[in-house]
Ligand binder design. Structure first.
Ligand SMILES: NC(=O)C1=CN([C@@H]2O[C@H](COP(=O)(O)OP(=O)(O)OC[C@H]3O[C@@H](n4cnc5c(N)ncnc54)[C@H](OP(=O)(O)O)[C@@H]3O)[C@@H](O)[C@H]2O)[C@@H](O)CC1
Ligand SMILES: Nc1ncnc2c1ncn2[C@@H]1O[C@H](COP(=O)(O)OP(=O)(O)O)[C@@H](O)[C@H]1O
Ligand SMILES: [K+]
Length: 488
């Protein structure tokens, strides 16, 4: 599912106009979609209170207001700025709307009203003024239902960030394609239910207008998921190696290993320091074990080319050992998580040097803190949204970056970006990140390319959590992974 940034939507708009499509006709359809949503969702509203801004978002508002009046709904319009200065389609929409409007400072709460927020959409450029924020706060505090046109005003369509303040909509009607800001946080939490309405811009124009951002759905990775056939045997299904920490820190890697096996790797081996072998062995059944205490033992093990992917980081310990192990592993498909990432905090360039110059085959899975350790300058940039941060990091590291959180973003060095929006909050539980690393490792082991494996991993992780339900522990997750053949 392709998402368009506000800039790309602007391109689509321009290309549509160039191809002879009547832009005022698009605005009429947009406004009518908003009025239809109002009538469908709030048939008993005492009044439609329409806030109209100074651009085309306001234009959609005037069209919706006129349509609601024609349907018999009492309507009050409050405009921002000088409506005489409206230009283009928005000007025409105001002229065609026979309702007197008043300046926004005249607005007072009205019992039973429903607000249509048509202040700003794609054209939001800067934080909302204090006066506007006060009005938004009054509407929010009074729990007045809000329908947002395109985006809740104040939410950045590219980043999902709130600029100053923003409406909390019950429902948002956007046009042709959702925008990244509808799915990134905190924007997602301001949208309410999201409706993507087709106002008639042709697909070929939308395809030409943009295409880097995707919502993470199976359509993005399904074709690359490993498929079982009669000729499958365990070595054909890949062999995943997962590195464990010492005797008191084997749990995290065991979670990854089990998840890798459930994700379909034919064999999974836990590589343990010798002093942890006994502890680990008492907890393993289908997962195998191999003592690997130092880099010499690792290099011996790596001579087995059937080992097709690795996970390093969960519970491994931070320090020199992790760095030398990564040096030995850097040319092979690898998920680098947790301590594996933190070990390079003092010398991120060393890691990027190891990963440079090849087809990207490493997946980095930082949470916010780990991301800041590896990419401190990128992380500090307040105006970058999460996709831009992940994307810059991916290019710098020549690795797929899966930037975790409630709105996990997956970015490839070639510019592809996926936003994962389905994970439930009960995934925030100890060890769930270890399971995610293992799922991705299991998919890499079966030959899935790094971006698709990371995107599939994040989606499967969220899907398993939704199946397991609230109250899950990380151990529950692997058992709830869906059958790949059942994913649609
Ligand atoms: N794409 C399509 O095909 C279609 C798009 N359609 C609709 O068009 C919308 C995009 O319209 P748009 O480009 O005119 O931008 P919009 O959101 O109205 O805002 C721009 C105005 O706001 C102002 N402004 C900005 N920030 C501000 C602030 N913080 N505080 C105060 N002012 C601020 C800014 O002023 P300036 O920065 O120039 O001073 C400018 O005047 C889109 O969201 C959708 O609803 C539909 O009609 C159907 C077809
Ligand atoms: N509020 C949330 N909603 C959805 N997913 C979340 C939320 N908080 C965390 N997650 C997910 O849970 C996992 C936690 O991973 P991580 O932070 O590494 O924890 P741990 O180290 O305990 O395994 C990540 O996949 C993250 O995306
Ligand atoms: K809006």
């Amino acid at each position: 599912m392709l998402l368009l940034t506000p800039e790309e939507m602007g391109n689509a708009d321009r290309l549509a106009a160039e191809s002879g499509i009547d832009s005022y006709g698009l605005m009429i359809k947009a406004g009518h979609a908003v009025s239809a949503a109002f009538l469908r969702l709030f048939p008993g509203a005492s009044r439609a209170t329409v806030f109209c801004g100074p651009g085309n978002n306001g234009g959609d508002g005037y069209v919706a207001a006129e349509a609601l009046k024609a349907a018999g709904v009492p309507v009050a319009i409050f405009h921002l700025g000088d409506p005489e200065k409206l230009a283009g389609d928005a000007r025409r929409a105001r002229i065609d709307c026979a309702i007197e409007s008043r300046p926004i400072p005249d607005y007072r709460l009205y019992p039973g009203e429903v607000v249509i927020d048509a202040l700003f959409g794609a054209g939001l450029q800067r934080p909302l003024s204090d006066n506007l924020c006060e009005i938004i706060e009054a509407v929010t505090d009074a729990a007045v239902p809000v329908i947002a046109v395109d985006l809740p005003s104040g939410v950045g369509g590219l980043t999902g960030q709130v600029l100053g303040g923003a409406f909390r909509a019950a429902h948002t009607v956007t046009f042709m394609r959702a925008k990244p800001g509808h799915y990134l946080l905190p924007g997602r939490a301001h949208c309410g239910s999201l409706e993507v309405f087709d106002i008639g811009i042709p697909q070929r124009i939308l395809a030409e207008a943009g295409g880097a951002h995707h919502l993470n759905t199976p359509a993005l990775f399904k074709a690359s998921l490993p498929a079982l056939s009669a000729s499958s045997h365990k070595f054909r299904r890949g062999h995943l190696g997962v590195f464990s920490g010492g005797p008191s820190a084997t749990g995290a890697a065991r979670l990854s290993a089990m998840a890798g096996l459930r994700a379909g790797a034919g064999l999974v081996t836990l590589a343990v320091p010798s002093n942890a072998a006994l502890v680990a062995a008492t907890h393993l059944t289908a997962v195998m074990m191999k003592p690997v205490s130092d880099v010499a033992a690792l290099e011996d093990w790596l001579a087995d080319k059937r080992l097709s992917a690795f996970v390093l980081g969960p519970g491994f310990g931070v320090g020199e050992k992790a760095r030398t192990f990564v040096e030995a592993l850097a040319a092979r498909p690898l998920v680098l998580d947790a301590d594996g990432i933190t070990s390079f905090a003092e010398a991120p360039e060393q890691l990027f040097g190891l990963l440079a110059g090849t087809e990207p085959h490493c997946v980095l899975t930082p949470h916010e803190g780990e991301f800041a350790r590896l990419f401190p300058d990128i992380s500090k940039h307040d105006t970058f949204g999460k996709p831009e941060k992940a994307s810059r990091a991916a290019r710098r590291a020549n690795a797929v970056v899966l930037y975790k959180g409630a709105d996990t973003v997956i970015a490839a060095p070639d510019g592809r970006i996926a936003i994962n929006a389905d994970a439930p909050p009960w995934l925030a539980t100890a060890g769930s990140g270890d399971v995610l690393a293992g799922i991705i490792g299991g998919l890499l082991a079966q030959g899935m390319p790094a971006f698709e494996a990371a995107a599939a991993g994040a989606w499967l992780h969220g899907d398993a959590a939704n199946r397991a339900g609230e109250g899950l522990t990380a151990e529950d997750l692997p058992g709830h992974l869906p059958r790949f053949s059942a994913i649609s």
